[in-house]
Design a protein around this ligand. Sequence first.
Ligand code: SF4
Length: 481
Amino acid sequence: MEPWILSERPDAPEEACGVFGVYAPGEQVGRLIYFGLHALQHRGQESAGIAVADGHTMTLRKELGLVPQVFKESDLSTLDGHVGIGHTRYSTTGASSSWENAQPMLSSIGPNTIALAHNGNLVNTVVLRDKLKTHGIRFRSTTDSEVMVTLVNHFTQEHHSIRGGIREAMKLITGAYAVVMMTEEALYAFRDPNGVRPLALGQLPGGHWVVASETCALDIIGATFVRDVEPGELIKISSTGLESEQAVPRGREALCIFEFVYFARPDSSMYDCTLYVARQRMGAAIARSAPVEADLVIGVPDSGTPAATGYAIESGIPFGEGLAKNRYVGRTFIAPSEMLRQQGIKLKLNPMRHALEGKRIIVVDDSIVRGNTTRKLVALLRESGATEVHMRITSPPVKWPCFYGIDTDTQEQLIGAMKSVEEIREHIGADSLAYLSIEDMVASTGQSADRYCMACFDGDYPIDIPDAVRKGKMALEKPAC
Ligand code: SF4
């Protein structure tokens, strides 16, 4: 669920970046990337950037804001070349919203330049920085993307090979990363050994290659999904075609299951499953496990809608629209006045009284992280005439912080870690509250549990978290099994 009152943090984890890369001589590469980023806007709304190159010169434009705010028609005509990458950003590690932290990040290697865009989060950035300082490597910030680009640069000079440089960097970095990178001549894509963040490989009708965080970004430019970039794989695309290698050994596969629950767009596919279908199944599963008598099923738009339709079909209770969403609200920097704040300015969601009045409502949402927005939502539905409000959440309680690129704060701030389900129900003021089980969540994706990271639900982190990184984030120790 997204923020509906501007001044508050949202009640769901925040996305952390979309990446896009294309190698297409003869095509308008800047324009292809623009549309790709447009499709990935939901993964990050703080900044957007595009880098392109024509074999000799690299051009970069990045700025704070949404994709259409950052790029004008006149910018796109100057972003010309045969290869390019793009990025939409939501900040996690190291950092505030600033131009320097926007991506792609550039780094010079002798006479050449590389640009890199990253989705995910490294867990050993600080350790690496300290270790590498002793080898004379200097970093300007603590952002993990800068560490990555600096490492690739350093090892490329040492090995006299970009692929060698990436390979060496991949051996040292630990954490979640789905990366697109380019030189003036070639496009590179690589993914962490566990495959935590998604990265899809596609092909344009003319045969040119595209890489994107989600398949919806392939669809928008008419590209066809070919396969995923595999965990630990490094791909190079250049005038000699596509070359692939297993740069580092595969670890346990651990795609973030929250992509299925909430992050990815419903029209994207992962593991051969359209996310809309997976979310409908999640809604149907919770209708079976937590039935309740009611008059109307509504979803919290947009992410709760597919699951709400699944709930309605399974239960036989009619589905309806009870909340109108303003889809054009980005991360505005204009704060509402105190007067508007006190009125509970409804920037994103507005309840529809005619649909709610006198009815017992089932509200389907994807997750509850901190609980405050859900509490306000329940109050708003009651004020709008709902006689009963039953919350159904299509994921288990979020109990553990994410260290792999999703902003879920400290464990103390996670209501699922600090309160029982009954206490949460009381806190949000709902008549009933039920969560989907881990088993039903996994089954809804059509895959087995061993293909996923589910650490924020079960505390089982597929990539070890150094103590220095855990420190201050954990309020509780993981209970013994
Ligand atoms: S901890 Fe949760 S949000 Fe983070 S990668 Fe794992 S499943 Fe996704």
